[in-house]
Design a protein around this ligand. Structure first.
Ligand code: ACO
Length: 332
């Protein structure tokens, strides 16, 4: 059974309320109807109800019994504005600005999650990554003990000999352009958590990737990965984590054995930590486009789950992202 099929079974067992701020976007409306009909989550669509229902009719989507909330006319808006003002007044947000901000479905949705009126949020069919990330970072904030928010890409590869039965977790591919060694260590620990808690990988094996294996090259970029490896060991000594490792030394048993003999990870890694966002973002796209992997993205490290879509997403992508968000919400 694939990782996403397993996630769907978990999502159905304890249905979570997931808010969709892009409530009148046709793919989102169709996905919401599927999620409700299949019992995968309780979606909440934000926007003008008349417009949403017209989109549903035009697309043959059944929204019977669906929760639809209009942030412009919601009785909860005043309370959300007051809470938002308290959270952000030190950053220069006035009461008037907070009242305006919660009329924006993105902020309204984030406040629903913050105040427990929804369990998670998914957006990005229309908005950019930054449009959703910024309010999530500002308002939802990081989990206790977690230094940064980052992302994991769950790569379901056709070659089932790789990783955990074909599943590889890549981090970070979306959020942190150039993490410090300390931030990289936190990304590694968070990605191991995602592999275990969300993907059901029993024993995450984390490779800290570089263009060098165990000192084969000397460069300040390699130093950063070595420092991150040492910090991650200190922060999570129980974790099977090793570095620095080249991509092939991390994944191919014979190469791992020859370049990093005795490593508990080399040749068998299932969690791959890229040294920066350029490497991570390019790496996941190569795996997807040339390697033929199916790919699913989640944010990690937020106190409550909010996830981003690509603007080219399909209805199925939205359904899958809501399912993963719902499973993340079960662990909060
Ligand atoms: N973890 C936790 N908090 C963070 C993080 C983080 N990684 N980054 C920023 N913050 C917090 C800041 O502390 C700040 O909080 P405060 O306002 O309470 O003080 C708040 O978020 C805003 O911080 P800024 O530095 O002003 O935010 P910025 O404008 O730099 O935006 C963002 C942050 C959006 C994450 C930025 O780093 C970014 O654009 N990253 C790249 C996103 C991207 O384009 N990815 C690739 C495309 S996606 C794809 O290919 C699938």
């Amino acid at each position: 059974m694939s990782m996403i099929e397993k996630a769907k079974i978990k999502a159905k067992a304890d249905r979570k309320k997931i808010v969709l701020p892009e409530g009148d976007e046709p793919r989102t409306v169709k996905a919401a109807a599927i999620l409700k009909a299949e019992g995968l989550a309780c979606p909440v669509l934000l926007g003008d109800p008349e417009k949403i229902l017209a989109v549903a009719k035009a697309n043959g989507a059944d929204l019977d019994g669906m929760e639809i909330v209009d942030p412009e006319n919601s009785p909860k808006a005043a309370g959300y504005a007051a809470a938002l003002y308290e959270l952000r007044k030190a950053k220069g947000v006035s009461e008037e600005a907070a009242a305006d901000m919660v009329k924006d479905p993105m902020y309204y949705g984030i406040m629903m999650v913050k105040l427990g009126d929804a369990d998670g949020l998914v957006s990005g069919a229309v908005h950019t990554t930054g449009d959703m990330l910024r309010p999530a970072l500002q308002i939802i904030k990081t989990k206790p003990g977690m230094k940064v928010v980052s992302s994991s890409f769950l790569m379901d590869c056709p070659n089932k000999e790789l990783g955990d039965d074909g599943l590889l977790v890549y981090a970070d591919c979306v959020v942190m352009p150039n993490p410090t060694a300390e931030e990289l260590a936190h990304i590694a620990i968070a990605a191991a958590g995602t592999a275990h808690d969300l993907c059901g990988v029993e024993v995450p094996k984390v490779a800290m990737l570089s263009f060098s294996t165990k000192g084969s090259a000397k460069h300040e970029l390699v130093d950063k990965v070595q420092q991150a490896t040492a910090l991650a060991h200190a922060l999570a000594p129980e974790l099977l984590l090793d570095g620095e490792l080249q991509f092939d030394a991390a994944l191919v048993p014979e190469i791992g054995e020859s370049k990093a003999p005795g490593s508990p990870v080399a040749g068998h890694a299932n969690v791959l930590i890229f040294p920066d966002l350029q490497a991570g973002n390019i790496g996941y796209k190569i795996t997807q486009r040339i390697g033929g992997a199916e790919c699913f993205a989640v944010l990690q490290g937020l106190a409550k789950p909010c996830n981003d879509l690509s603007r080219g997403c399909s209805v199925e992508d939205i359904v899958n992202t809501v399912v993963l968000t719902a499973v993340q919400a079960q662990a909060v």
